[in-house]
Design a protein around this ligand. Structure first.
Ligand code: SAH
Length: 345
């Protein structure tokens, strides 16, 4: 929903300013799905709002739930027909994370990622980005929070697209999510994941120093990283080392280093050695936390590393002073896990 449009509409209709606050709270913070549910408004105003202000900028085409119930994926149809996926996952009890998309497709072309192979169609507008959060807030309210008011809700920019390749809209969306009159999220409940785009990382550190950052590293070897992640050809490991040093001089936030475990490709002890050495060479390695991600099957020719190999890799990192966690993979049975979003393809 376009908050500015709402404000203008209320002004035009001679409504006092507290009305705006009331409506914003009901929609953005409580997650009421329609204006008719905002009981403090007159019937006439509710009706006018229903007719004039669209709640979501897209249509929800399909909703799929994983068999364990911990992950829900929605296929969204934008007004120009573009299809985008957005996911809601529950990584632990009482916590739901909305995993939102910022582009239709992705220009980064990582070899192991299904979104990358769709190519890039267009950027999402800030409204199309924040409406995904609005949609999931409504969904959580309707389906879970009535039973459990303790629920926490956070946001990860880990759906389709590269946030720093659409930074204009992504930063506007962050402002709306953090605005205390609109969504009112805490910075720390939001995470942005990037392939590694220096200008964006440093701008985020300056403008939103408390927002969490995740870096999709996956290879600590330039030759391999450039082969599987073309973005490395313009921003290689040396450049990124400098970027992280600058980042840590701006903010002392922990950075999550994402590492997808690909059998026989990047999961050997030698790879672990390179990873530990590279992270240490950045300095502040106590602020770098490695997330080992299971490879989620796509139509690409990779296989996940064995559980045993993941443990060996993890133990090697820990012995070398690098903190590491094996991340639970959620939603793979609905093709809703990391790297699987391909909008129904
Ligand atoms: N473009 C951003 C946001 C995408 S987040 C980024 O690169 O960070 C999606 C995460 O899933 C990234 O860490 C991505 O590298 C990872 N990923 C991609 N394909 C995957 C796959 N098949 N299995 C597991 N993780 C994958």
């Amino acid at each position: 929903m376009d908050a500015e449009k709402l404000e203008k509409f209320l002004q035009k209709n001679g409504q006092p300013s507290f009305r705006l606050k009331q409506i914003n709270q009901a929609i953005f913070q409580k997650g009421l799905a329609t204006f008719s549910e905002v009981s403090t408004l007159s019937k006439d105003l509710r009706q006018k709002l229903e007719n004039e202000i669209p709640m979501l900028s897209f249509e929800v085409e399909k909703i799929l739930q994983s068999s364990d119930g911990d992950s829900i994926k929605a296929l969204l149809k934008m007004s120009d027909g573009a299809l985008v996926e957005t996911v809601l996952i529950s990584p632990k009890t009482d916590l739901w994370s909305a995993c939102i998309s910022c582009q239709v497709g992705c220009p980064m072309s990582c070899e192991f990622c299904a979104t990358g192979s769709l190519g890039f169609r267009r950027n999402l507008t800030f409204e199309e980005i924040t409406d995904q959060v609005l949609f999931w807030r409504q969904y959580v309210r309707e389906n879970f929070s009535a039973k459990n008011p303790q629920l926490k809700f956070n946001i990860v920019y880990m759906g389709m697209g590269e946030p720093f390749a659409n930074w204009e809209n992504v930063q506007k969306s962050l402002k709306i999510l953090l605005d205390e009159n609109l969504f009112d999220f805490a910075s720390r409940s939001i995470s942005v994941s990037t392939v590694g785009i220096s200008d964006g990382i440093l701008d985020l550190a300056q403008k939103f120093p408390q927002v969490n950052l995740a870096w999709s590293l996956h290879f600590a070897d330039d030759e391999k990283r450039s082969k599987y992640m073309p973005a490395n050809r313009s921003e290689n490991l040396e450049k990124m080392r400098e970027t992280w040093r600058k980042y840590f001089s701006l903010t002392r936030r922990k950075v999550f280093v994402e590492y997808v475990m690909l059998k026989g490709v990047n999961d050997s002890i030698e790879d672990a050695q390179k990873l530990a050495a590279y992270l240490k060479s950045i300095g502040n390695s106590q602020l770098l936390h490695v997330n080992l991600i299971n490879y989620n099957e796509t139509f690409k020719n990779f296989s996940p590393s064995s559980k045993k190999q993941v443990q060996i890799f993890k133990q090697f990192l820990e012995k070398n002073g690098i903190k590491a966690t094996v991340r639970k993979s959620l939603g793979s049975d609905i093709q809703g896990a990391c790297g699987q979003l391909a909008a129904g393809k």
